[in-house]
Design a protein around this ligand. Structure first.
Ligand code: NAP
Length: 267
């Protein structure tokens, strides 16, 4: 696996194996994303409610990287008209399409059928090349597909060795849905775990790099956020080592259903 490696989506398109998160990347968004593109990041994750879309659009224009080489992910909110929100997000991004549009989270009541139908229309009109969900439990995905016949390509959920779910992984694998791992670095809260650190030492890597590599080897796609250049560089430097199966299982066993954002249905 290399930095330019991709994972196949159930639509037939492909997506980079690692991307940059931009929630709270407000400190010079355009400059940081431009730097990330220069360093080799080719997937950027944002949302209509992050406030980072205009800066990302500016970074795309400034970077000189062909737009077709970048995989852009953004999201609509559960209380929005998803088709109109897609158009609004594209305006903010100053772009003609997004590679992937997600429902940010299921509505409190129901599975988001109308939201999903709005995204299906956005896809048919070429505004979104692929569509997916975020914060959905397997049974909610199942109900959405039963109702509409349209499977999501991705489920973006909180995911790390400290909080993950064998059942969700098995469900998504069986249905060709790629898990994008958000808050993969536990928002730094578990990076000083001694067991994680011991494994990192074996490979002469940092705890953050070991977590990212664990994702790559399990087929999940991490979206680490980084404002600092040293973090941007470090998080991309995960393609020159392989964690052996014993250590992979030790990492799996760190699972304590941890969630930095609160108790979630899929971990
Ligand atoms: N769909 C959803 O509901 C949802 C929810 C949450 C997040 N997300 C997405 O997932 C992305 C990532 O999640 P997140 O931002 O919550 O948390 P995260 O990526 O787990 O953690 C970000 C924090 O880790 C630090 N960091 C980055 N690289 C590091 C390294 N190599 N060593 C030590 N610290 C490092 C960052 O510092 P600096 O910034 O100072 O470099 C920042 O404080 C978000 O930005 C967003 O795009 C989606």
């Amino acid at each position: 696996m290399e930095r330019s490696s991709t994972v196949l989506l159930n639509s037939g398109r492909s997506m980079p194996v690692l991307g940059l998160g931009t929630w709270q990347l407000e400190d010079d968004t355009a400059g940081t994303v431009e730097e990330a593109l220069e360093l080799g990041y080719r997937m950027i994750d944002t949302s209509g409610d992050y406030g980072t879309q205009p800066g990302i659009g500016e970074a795309f224009r400034r970077s000189g990287v062909d737009r077709e080489e970048i995989f852009l992910v953004t999201k609509v909110e559960e209380d929005e008209d998803s088709y109109e929100a897609t158009r609004y997000n594209l305006d903010q991004l100053d772009g003609e399409y997004t590679d992937l549009m997600l429902i940010h989270r299921p509505p409190e009541n129901g599975i988001g059928r109308r939201l999903w139908e709005g995204l299906i229309r956005a896809k048919e009109e070429g505004l979104a090349r692929d569509i997916g969900v975020s914060n959905y439990a397997p049974q909610q995905i199942h109900a959405l597909v039963e109702a509409t016949g349209e499977p999501p390509v991705v489920n973006q959920i909180e995911w790390s060795p400290f909080g993950w779910s064998k059942e969700t992984l098995a469900y998504c694998r069986a249905h060709g849905i790629v898990i994008q791992a958000y808050s993969p670095l536990t928002r730094t809260e578990r990076l000083d775990d001694e067991r994680l650190d011991a494994i990192a030492e074996v490979y002469d890597k940092t705890p953050a790099q070991v977590i990212l590599r664990w994702n790559l080897q399990r087929g999940t796609v991490p979206l680490p956020k980084a404002n600092r250049r040293e973090h941007l560089v470090e998080n991309l430097d995960v393609f020159d080592f392989e964690i052996d199966e014993t250590h992979m299982h030790e990492l799996d066993d760190l699972n304590e259903r941890y969630s930095s954002l609160g108790s979630l249905p899929y971990v």
